[in-house]
Design a protein around this ligand. Structure first.
Ligand code: NAD
Ligand code: MG
Length: 386
């Protein structure tokens, strides 16, 4: 049998939680993948170790000083080191890369991810904030939607449930949510939540921002908007279901009432490997799902009174245009302030709601409109939290 050629990958956000898990998968399958490009925000030390191990041709750091530090340490001939958003975007479109892992956190990933889609790369897609803030532009940039392969566990599950199905047969998408660490905490105690408590997720180990988003349920709200763009369904067709065990990663109900679910252990390396190897599946050494040991899987409706971020995300999506852009930017600023202990946990939804109330949504026609709404919302929320 002929060997499958190795797929050349560029990893944007290689020093983060998804980025390092991506490199773990690639490390286990040297016969299947090569790394041609890597990017990071400012962690030049980890990036240096990744360069030594994976030997990319091109890397970029958002922080020019970190890029300069790396240049001083690495021999010039070994790897090309770029800086800034421009540098990261060059990695995203580098000709050698067949596939790009989009794993930068937040709005910072927008320009590189858009550029990768425009350059006709297949994009393994983790950076959900970019779809929330500019869904219209992302959908427009990827003339061929089959080139976006979801990485988010729920969206990977839905993608798998839809294999061989027609999207016109979907009645409903059921997006599962673990509910985060505060499902059973009374809301009057939300004001005293510390960053350390919010960062202790019951089922998943992830970057700080998404872990706080999971605790407010904003993560699920962002995922509703993500699902809408990825699968071309209406908002009314997407329901959220609290499922504390994080075993059923999501479900699709079809017009005939049949429901298909995707199950597995809670380990991001599984959807990451699937996105990298699609349509094939790679073997791994992870434990099998043991349903008999689990015995019980539970499902309950979300409480949007207690977790207003989920309601705000639906509202922003219904209003459309630049309102989801504003929702996302306000959330990034509020979560940042909470992590720096400048804003109580209970004020995160309130700051977002106030910012949204001050905004009149405009149609998203071009990148400038999105960037202006994003910058406006950051200013407004920053002044609210200061
Ligand atoms: P993380 O914070 O662990 O890593 C973020 C990466 O982006 C790092 O490499 C960092 O250096 C880089 N980065 C940060 N700011 C940057 C900037 N301004 N410019 C350029 N690069 C920058 O985040 P993560 O948990 O790996 O999440 C990455 C994305 O994947 C997010 O959009 C998140 O919602 C999504 N996601 C993550 C998980 C998970 O398990 N961690 C699951 C589903 C979806
Ligand atoms: Mg998810």
């Amino acid at each position: 049998m002929a060997a499958t050629p190795r797929r050349a990958i560029a990893v944007l956000g290689s020093t983060g939680s998804i980025g390092t898990s991506t490199l773990n998968v690639i490390r286990d399958h040297p016969d299947r993948f090569t790394v041609v490009g890597l990017t990071a925000g400012s962690n030049d030390e980890l990036l240096e170790r990744q360069v030594a191990e994976f030997g990319p041709r091109l890397v970029a750091l958002r922080d020019p000083e970190a890029a300069e530090r790396l240049r001083r340490r690495l021999p010039p001939a070994s790897v090309e080191i770029l800086a800034g958003v421009e540098g990261i975007t060059k990695v995203a479109v580098m000709p050698e890369a067949e596939q790009v892992m989009a794993a930068i956190v937040g709005a910072a990933g927008l320009l590189p991810t858009l550029a990768a889609l425009e350059a006709k790369k297949t994009v393994a897609f983790a950076n959900k904030e970019t779809l929330v803030m500019a869904g219209e532009l992302m959908a427009g940039a990827s003339a061929d939607p089959s080139r976006i392969i979801p990485v988010d566990s729920e969206h990977s599950a839905i993608f798998q449930c839809l294999a061989g199905e027609q999207r016109s047969s979907i009645r409903r998408i059921l997006l599962t949510a673990s509910g985060g660490p505060f499902l059973d905490r009374p809301p009057e105690k939300f004001a005293s939540v510390t960053p350390a408590e919010a960062l202790r997720h019951p089922n998943w180990t992830m970057g700080a921002k998404i872990t706080v988003d999971s605790a407010t349920l904003m993560n699920k709200g962002l995922e509703v908007i993500e699902a809408r763009w990825l699968f071309g369904v209406s908002l009314e067709q997407i329901d959220v279901l609290i499922h504390r065990q994080s075993i059923v990663h999501s479900l699709v109900e079809f017009h005939d009432g049949a429901v298909i679910a995707q199950l597995g252990i809670a380990d991001m390396r599984v959807p990451i490997a699937y996105a990298l190897s699609y349509p094939q599946r790679l073997p791994n050494r992870l434990p099998s799902l043991d349903l008999a040991a689990l015995q019980t899987l539970t499902f309950e409706p979300p409480d949007v009174e207690k977790f207003p971020c989920l309601r705000l995300a639906y509202e922003a999506a219904r209003l459309g245009g630049t309102m989801p852009t504003v929702l996302n930017a306000a959330n990034e600023v509020a979560v940042g302030a909470f992590l720096e202990q400048r804003l109580p946990f209970s004020e995160i939804p309130k700051s977002i709601e106030k910012t949204m109330a001050a905004h009149t949504a405009k149609p998203v026609t071009d990148l400038e409109t999105v960037l202006a709404a994003d910058a406006w919302a950051r200013r407004v929320t920053a002044s609210l939290v200061s």
